[in-house]
Every structure is written in C-alpha cells, then in structure tokens.
Design a binder for this molecule. Structure first.
Ligand code: SAM
Length: 430
C-alpha cells in the first residue's frame, strides 16, 4: 500500500521541532516521552543546543537506545568550541524533578494520548506550572482526521487512552494558557487529502506554547518550588569541546606535530635545491587533505609563503647553532652527520604559517605555554622553537603511513555517513 504521507508522519513531526530549533536556537531542550531517542539523535547535530535531555517512563527502552547518543569519531577528531551535554532520565511526566526546570524548549511528541485524563492534568501542572519552560511543543493525534485513515477502527494505537478532536485539544490548550501564563498557536503536520484540509485538519495536531513574559518570566515564577528529584539519571555524556583545556591541548599538539614536520620538509627541499619537490610537496598536501578528510588543516600552500617560512627556519638554525651549541644542520656540514642534526622551527614561524595553530593558541606565548610540558614536542632551550630530527626518509615514512591508512579501509569508513536505523512509528506509520 502507498504510504499516506511523504515524508512519513513521524519524520514530519520531528522536522517541525527541528525547524523550530533552527529558528529559535534554544540552548536547553527537554524531550518528554523520548521513547527510542530518535528526535534526540537528530537534535544533537544542532550545536546551538548545549543541554539536551530525554525523559521516558520506560527505562529498559532508554538503556537499549542510549548509546546511539554517544559522540562519533569526528566529534573527537574535530572538536569545536560548541558545548553539548546529553542526559537521559527514567521517570514519569506526572512527577516533578527540579533538574528539569528552566529549559528553553520542552517537546512532547505523541505522548499525552498515552496518559489517562487525570494524568494529563498532572502533566500540565508539572510541565507548565513547575518546569516553566520558555516554550512547549505538544503533538497528539487529531481524531477529526481519523475517517481519512483507511481501515482504522478505534484508536490509532492500542495504548492510546484517548484521541482528541481539534476542539478538545484547543479547549485543553486554552485552559493551560489561562492557568499557567502561556499563549498558544495551534497547527499540525500531515496534510489532509485535497479539498478536506479545512474539514478534518492535520493528521497530528500540534500546539506551540510560549510563556508570557519570555525568559524573564521564569525567575518570577515560583522561586520557592521544592527541589524534588524523582527521576533516575541513566545516561550522561559531555561532548568533546575545545573549551576543555585538555582537548584544546590535544588538538593543538596534533596540529603542531603535523605542521612542524611539513615546514621541515619544505625547508629541507628548498635547502637541497629541490624547489620542484618543495612545490609538489605543497600540492600533494592539498590532495592529502581530501584523501583523509578528517582534519581541516588550512595552510597557505603558495610558493611565496613556503619560501618565507623556509627562509626563517634556516636563519634561526644558523643563528642558534652559534648561540647554544646544539647540533643543527647547515649547508656546510658534511653529508655523514645528517642523522645527528636537528632542524629548528621557530614558534613564531609556525604560528604565522598555520592558521589553525594560531586560531587554537591565540598568541605565540600561549603556544609556548601549551607546548612546554608536552612530551610529543621537543622545544629548544629558550622554548622559542620546536626541534626536529633531520631525517630525509621522513617523507617516505609519511607516504607509507598514508598508504597504510588507506589500505586499512579506515579512510573510507571515516567518511561514510552513519547508517540510518529503522525507526518505529507509533501511530499507524502515518
Ligand atoms: N516522542 C516519541 C517520538 O517522537 O518518537 C514517541 C513517543 S511514544 C509514542 C510514547 C512514549 O511515551 C513511550 O516511549 C512511552 O514509554 C512514553 N510514556 C508513556 N507514559 C509516560 C509517562 N507517564 N512518563 C514518561 N513517558 C511516558
């Protein structure tokens, strides 16, 4: 049988929430009756959200699905400054829990029809009277639409305790607004067949509530509300963020390790008179970025910049050799000494040549502080430069490494989008 809606109705309901989130940019979002966490899994990509919480009475289902909310490899490989914490609670929407107060948005998608009418009253009191979010979106089946659903006898799902007409939904919504200080806009998703929209309305009816007084309203409401904690926290995860100093250091060090090696190679290519290689190296890096696709390494790969960076590296090498007596490579040294030589890349050069390094560190002195106790990076005695062993085979080693990486299949796997899991549709798959 042809599906009645395209996209499927449950997707349209979730898209309605996503559109709202894109428009209003809430920071704290709570999904009541989150079921298999399908909506949460979509919302976690909207990184204006900083706290994303799901609640469901069915703890077994939450435990089965919660790991799908964990960060994926790119969240670790390319953390941003955005912060995101995801939490899941087992509990009933008829009970209060102080941890869920003051959210910007609470969603309740196809939940209230699973409650008795007495529990709907408790739900209203808990959500609108106690949690007092800035906005609430409630969706529930519209029974006016049921005659349009082929073969439907009774309710759309065996667990539904009621299905409201548009008039019944409106009456409940108006009462909630009057009691708890909200305004509501009534709308829906799932268009009726042509010519019947006005007569039967949307398949899922949706109420979008906004608290009167906006964000400030929260502070005025019930400051003394008791601090009850009736829910059980089942899952909590903090996504990697560059606001975490350890993560910032890790990303910065990996950029530094990569770029000092690139700068060294360019400089050596220039010193050995292999200008073609210096330029082709730059081009190969451009291609390399695409192959790996896991890092946003931006560097000006133009010849002029390369030459400028190389010149400074060389100057410093010669200068330092005189000053502190460390072994540095110069053009005059005999071929046999190469394996003992060091190349010195000044932090100032690194900072000015590599935009990601400069963005992450903020200043050369910060960069120095970050690298000072870092075992993966060897600094010169005055901590003004990174020292590297001079090894001509580095280039080849790197290529081998790239080859291994590609052969491992990881390069491709890391670019594959996550396979979509089949979603359960409550409500007739309409
Ligand atoms: N919101 C989900 C979505 O958009 O994919 C679908 C919700 S599903 C139709 C209804 C959910 O409400 C079920 O997961 C059920 O366990 C949950 N539920 C029922 N009574 C509840 C209660 N008193 N408190 C919290 N969750 C409840």
């Amino acid at each position: 049988m042809e599906p009645m809606f395209s996209p499927a109705l449950h997707r349209q309901r979730h898209q309605f929430i996503i559109d709202f989130v894109k428009m209003k940019k809430p920071k704290k979002v709570l999904d009541l009756g989150c079921s298999e966490c399908v909506l949460l899994k979509k919302l976690k990509f909207h990184r204006e959200i900083e706290l994303l919480v799901g609640v469901d009475i069915d703890g077994v289902q939450l435990k089965r699905k919660m790991h799908g909310l964990a960060p994926i490899s790119t969240d670790y490989l390319q953390p941003s400054y955005d912060q995101l914490c995801i939490e899941l609670y087992q509990g009933s929407v008829t009970q209060k829990d102080a941890r869920l107060r003051g959210f910007d948005l609470v969603t309740s998608i196809e939940l209230i029809e699973h409650l008795t009418l007495a529990d709907v009253e408790l739900f209203s009191e808990v959500v609108f009277g106690y949690l007092t979010p800035g906005a609430v979106i409630v969706s529930t089946p519209n029974s006016d639409f049921n005659p349009c659903l082929p073969g439907l006898v009774g309710f759309r799902h065996r667990d539904h305790k009621f299905e409201w007409s548009r008039a019944e939904f409106k009456s409940w919504a108006m009462k909630v607004c009057w009691q708890y200080g909200y305004v509501v806009e009534l709308t829906g998703v799932g268009q009726a067949p042509p010519g019947q929209q006005e007569h039967v309305g949307f398949c899922s009816q949706v109420g979008v509530f906004h608290r009167l007084g906006g964000q400030e309203g929260y502070n005025m409401i019930d400051e003394d509300a008791e601090d009850v904690f009736s829910y059980t926290l089942l899952y909590s995860i903090n996504y990697p963020s560059l606001h975490d100093n350890n993560i910032l250091r890790r990303v910065l060090v990996s950029e530094v390790v990569y770029w000092v090696e690139q700068l060294k190679r360019r400089w050596i290519a220039e010193q050995t008179g292999n200008r073609d290689e210096a330029v082709s190296l730059c081009q190969a890096e451009g291609e390399g970025e695409e192959c790996f696709g896991t890092s946003e390494r931006h560097v000006d790969t133009g010849e002029t910049q390369t030459a400028a960076c190389g010149a400074e590296i060389q100057t410093l090498v010669e200068h330092q050799e005189e000053e502190d007596g460390e072994l540095f490579w110069t053009r005059s040294q005999p071929e046999s000494d190469k394996r003992h030589r060091r190349v010195s890349v000044p932090l100032a050069v690194l900072w000015s040549c590599c935009p990601k390094v400069s963005t992450l560190s903020g200043s050369v002195s910060n960069l120095r502080l970050f690298l000072m106790d870092e075992p993966a990076v060897k600094l010169s005695q005055d901590s003004s430069a990174v020292l590297l062993n001079y090894q001509e085979q580095d280039h080849e080693d790197d290529e081998e490494l790239h080859k291994d990486f590609e052969d491992s299949g990881y390069a491709e796997a890391s670019q594959c989008p996550h396979s979509a899991e089949p979603e359960e549709d409550w409500g007739l798959n309409v």
